[in-house]
Design a protein around this ligand. Structure first.
Ligand SMILES: [Zn+2]
Length: 338
């Protein structure tokens, strides 16, 4: 089979790879219905996170189970399943506490930009839909796999509550779905920070009530203005830079919370400054597995349509163009069809 492999900065190739097989008795083999490119993939693509060797890419996936190992009990061939970027047994203390992305058996998925994928710990990692989904639902089910699950965790970590005000820093796909999550969790006011008209429009469709175009200190000042000088109850940090993190912390009211899901690159905290903000910080790799059953149910019942975040769909063999479009911000998120 052919799959996407990253060789170095801006060098992504679609080339022959060995088809995955069952290795452990807890594995499943999926035939993928769709996969996509993650904002976090742009860090190694741009050379900011160096790759030591040619690396099969892709960690967002959904598809039909082809084969399972002897120890797999709940997942069966023929089911349509969704998993997250982190595998989990769903039974260890961290999993039972809702932090499956810190599972003692965690492996970070890779190699999902291919027609066939091996998923370790299938019973604890994968969730099946009630029956085979209609084709038009697949983008939204794929979105649950990471981008919605991560935006959702940002909102939960930022302690979004009914009637409260949430701010979303970052207008990438995760930030936009953070808007959707904050709204679903009952925030009365959701302020999206974005300077791009197309992204502002999508933020509004996902439930943003206000748009702030300013950044940094000017952005913080605007948030203060919109909240009568108080600051926001909850801020979702969906970028991972020093500027975005400080923007998030300074836009939060004393006693409020920042949920951060942008993978930090060069972010540093000043202890004393943080001390006097009175802000809670919680984040990390999203435990998407915790949210999968509920999010699949919301999609299945047509209550949310996170698949709208894909504004470019390409055949998998055009993966390089998919990266370029996201790198140049021509596309918010690229869906790839094997
Ligand atoms: Zn576990």
């Amino acid at each position: 089979m052919k799959g996407a492999v990253l060789y170095g900065p801006r060098d992504i190739r679609f080339e022959e790879r060995d088809a995955p097989r069952i290795v452990e008795p807890t594995d499943a083999i999926l035939r993928l219905s769709a996969t996509c490119i993650c904002g976090s993939d742009l860090w190694p693509y741009r050379g900011i996170s160096p790759v030591a060797e040619p690396t099969p890419m892709g960690h967002e996936y959904c598809g039909i189970v082809e084969e399972v190992g002897k120890a797999v009990k709940s997942i069966r061939p023929g089911q349509f399943v969704i998993g997250s970027f982190a595998t989990s047994d769903n039974t260890c203390p961290h999993c039972r506490y809702g932090y499956q992305s810190s599972c003692v058996h965690r492996e970070f998925m890779s190699g999902a930009r291919a027609p066939v994928l091996r998923v370790p710990h299938a019973d604890g990692t994968l969730v099946a839909t009630p029956e085979l989904p209609p084709a038009e639902m697949i983008p939204s089910l794929l979105a649950v796999s990471d981008v919605l699950g991560t935006g959702w965790f940002a909102a939960v970590a930022a302690d979004v509550q009914p009637g409260k005000t949430a701010v979303v820093v970052g207008d990438g796909a995760v930030g936009l779905l953070g808007v959707l999550a904050a709204r679903q969790l009952g925030a009365q006011r959701v302020i999206a920070m974005s300077r791009h008209p197309a992204r502002q429009q999508l933020a509004r469709e996902f439930g943003a009530t206000d748009i702030v175009t300013e950044r940094g200190d000017a952005g913080v000042a605007r948030i203060k203005e919109l909240t009568k000088g108080v600051g926001a109850d909850s801020v979702l940090e969906c970028v991972g830079t020093q500027e975005s993190m400080m923007q998030a912390i300074h836009a939060t009211r004393p006693g409020g919370s920042v949920g951060y899901v942008g993978v930090p690159h060069g972010v540093e905290f000043h202890g004393e400054e943080l001390f006097y903000t009175h802000v809670r910080l919680h984040g990390g790799p999203a435990p998407v597995r915790r949210f999968l059953p509920d999010l699949i149910d919301l999609v299945w019942k047509g209550k949310i349509n996170p698949g709208k975040v894909f504004d470019l769909t390409l055949p998998l063999d055009q993966v390089a163009e998919g990266y370029r479009a996201m790198d140049e911000r021509r596309a918010i998120k690229t869906l790839l069809r094997p």
